[in-house]
Design a protein around this ligand. Structure first.
Ligand SMILES: [Zn+2]
Length: 356
């Protein structure tokens, strides 16, 4: 835990919106950083320097000499080491009060669902579009603010998103066909180190603003062409037909990436789903399903009850009290090869949003 009295934070105390109270907020903050490359290098240094109390890093790669022009956390002597291990050493040397956890693996959907609920904010320092697509859909489903950035050749862009804001767009609104390689590839197109560094620093700044409560993630896209030194800014609009955040019933998605369904969308297409009630008996008795609805009751993983046989052609729709446990069960089922959808907000949302 970082200490707000530590003299290393002396320059924060006079700052408007920061001060001792802000320093304590940062000490309690938990930030998940995906990727430990060029964007994350300055971002991690500034977050640790700012006094963020807990950082978890996810990256499977080892340091190569070709990374060093932009991955300023590392030196020539680090070549061959796991990035997350070398990054942890550098961060702890900078700020021993900062707790650092590392996962030397790639981010997939199951891992994202396991990790995201534990963090206040997710910082995307990845360079793969499939990874960004996973962060986008899982952060949207869990209502976690996240900060996207990407750099290709001379150009960079940054966007912060938060699905808890009703009007917030998502990355899929901007790129309806998110695919790996769609946004530049360092090997093929080259990349300018200082542009990467600038955007990693901007990500750290935006993270600090969100953690201090100065700003909420605002769907504002900022881009810089480092070749011509021109910037562009625009407010990203929500796409009503977006496969991740739009209002279309989830089952119309062509790519099966949907993770959750609103109560309203379920009611419009209930024949496609088998409702799976994960709640304990007392809760099922106190808050029964609306009349006309039935569910398969399942104690879920951890209770040793086997996965039920779901009817052919129907997708399991997981119901719990608020939706959180359902996401964990969804991740467990995915590991057993069963794809299930979560009823967003659980029984509480169902009671709130009307029982039609
Ligand atoms: Zn969207």
């Amino acid at each position: 835990m970082t200490d707000s009295m530590d003299p290393r934070y002396a320059r924060h105390l006079p700052l408007e919106h920061w001060g001792r109270e802000g320093q304590e907020k940062l000490a309690r903050a938990k930030v998940l950083v995906i990727g430990a490359g060029g964007l994350s290098s300055p971002a991690l240094l500034y977050l640790a320097g700012a006094g963020v109390g807990h950082l978890t890093l996810v990256d499977p790669d080892r340091i190569e000499v070709s990374n060093l022009s932009r991955q300023v956390l590392y030196t020539t002597a680090d070549a061959g080491r796991l990035k997350v291990e070398a990054a942890k050493d550098k961060i702890e040397a900078l700020n021993p009060g900062c707790r650092v956890e590392v996962l030397p693996q790639g981010l997939d959907e199951a891992l994202a669902k396991e990790l995201f609920p534990r963090f206040d904010l997710i910082l995307d320092g990845s360079d793969r579009m499939d990874c960004k697509a996973t962060i986008n859909s899982v952060a949207h489903a869990f209502g976690k603010p996240w900060i996207y950035a990407s750099v290709s050749a001379w150009e960079g862009r940054i966007l912060s998103l938060d699905s808890r804001r009703g009007d917030s767009a998502c990355l899929r609104c901007l790129h309806p066909n998110l695919k790996d390689g769609q946004i530049g590839n360092c090997e093929l197109q080259g990349v300018v180190g200082p542009v990467v560094g600038a955007f990693g620093s901007l990500q750290a700044l935006e993270a600090i603003r969100i953690l201090l409560g100065v700003s909420t993630a605002g769907s504002r896209l900022l881009s810089l062409d480092g070749g011509t030194f021109t910037t562009l800014e625009h407010q990203l609009k929500k796409n009503p037909g977006c496969a991740v955040c739009g209002s279309k019933p989830a089952t119309q998605d062509a790519d099966g990436e949907v993770l959750s369904l609103s109560v309203g969308d379920y009611q419009k297409s209930r024949e496609r789903y088998v409702l799976v009630d994960l709640r304990p008996e007392t809760e099922r008795e106190n808050h029964p399903l609306p009349s006309g609805y039935t569910a398969t009751v399942w104690g879920a993983p951890g209770t040793q009850e086997p996965i039920p046989q779901f009817p052919e052609g129907k997708t399991p729709l997981l119901l719990c009290r608020r939706g959180m446990m359902a996401y964990r069960v969804q991740a467990e089922l995915a590991r057993s090869g069963v794809s299930a959808v979560v009823l967003r907000g659980g029984m509480e949302a169902w009671n709130r949003e009307g029982q039609s």
